[in-house]
Design a binder for this molecule. Structure first.
Ligand code: ZN
Length: 205
């Protein structure tokens, strides 16, 4: 028998969740990261995927891209460390604070949804925290965290040390051909297809 008197080391980002401000709940957390991370994303095939423009299949299929900002946060209520996703509207106050103070770490963020729907606008206030920050956890590496949950190949500038092929972006997004923005619709070439499309579209009211 091999006794192991300590639990196994957690996997990287184990237990860290990506969350949003929920309706009907006042949200309060200390920001643990120095800077906000941000990326254009698509809601595509029932999941959030990063926009990979100019070579992005979701763009080519006409799915709108929306910017989201991400913060690593430590809840003052639950004392759980997580990553918070904010819309561009909600993130404006955060960006302004970061630009003014040079860092977000240790700032107190309060947020709530101005409505009962999951996508109601979020109101955010952010102020310096007037308390003991010595026990504030280290920040989550936001870009690595998001790359992990999005399973996107990291964009290394040196071209070295690529991850295994299994993490390639092609597993979740099949990039369109480079000319997809100007790709003619099939129906343009086939009059029969146009007629079929017309009758399909009009016959089902
Ligand atoms: Zn895109």
């Amino acid at each position: 028998m091999q006794w192991k008197d300590r639990p196994p080391a957690p996997t990287e980002f184990g237990g860290i969740r990506l969350g949003r401000v929920q309706p009907g709940k006042d949200y309060e957390a200390l920001i643990t990261c120095e800077s906000m991370a941000g990326h254009d994303t698509h809601w595509w095939k029932r999941r959030t995927v990063p926009c990979t423009a100019p070579d992005c299949t979701a763009c080519c299929e006409g799915t709108p891209a929306r910017w989201h900002g991400y913060l690593s946060v430590f809840s003052t209520r639950t004392r759980i460390h997580s990553v918070l996703e904010l819309t561009s509207l909600a993130a404006a106050a955060v960006a302004e604070y970061e630009d003014r103070h040079g860092s977000l770490r240790g700032a107190l963020l309060r947020a709530n949804r101005l409505g009962n729907r999951p996508n109601s606008p979020v109101s955010v206030t952010i102020v310096p925290f007037d308390g003991d920050l010595r026990t504030l956890p280290h920040a989550v590496d936001l870009r690595r965290f998001l790359e992990t949950i999005w399973s996107v190949k990291p964009n290394r500038e040196d071209g070295q040390d690529d991850p295994p092929a299994g993490q390639n972006i092609r597993n979740i997004i099949v990039p369109g051909p480079p000319t997809c923005k100007t790709r003619p619709l099939k129906s343009v070439h086939h009059p029969a297809t146009i007629e079929a499309a017309k009758s399909n579209g009009k016959g089902q009211k």
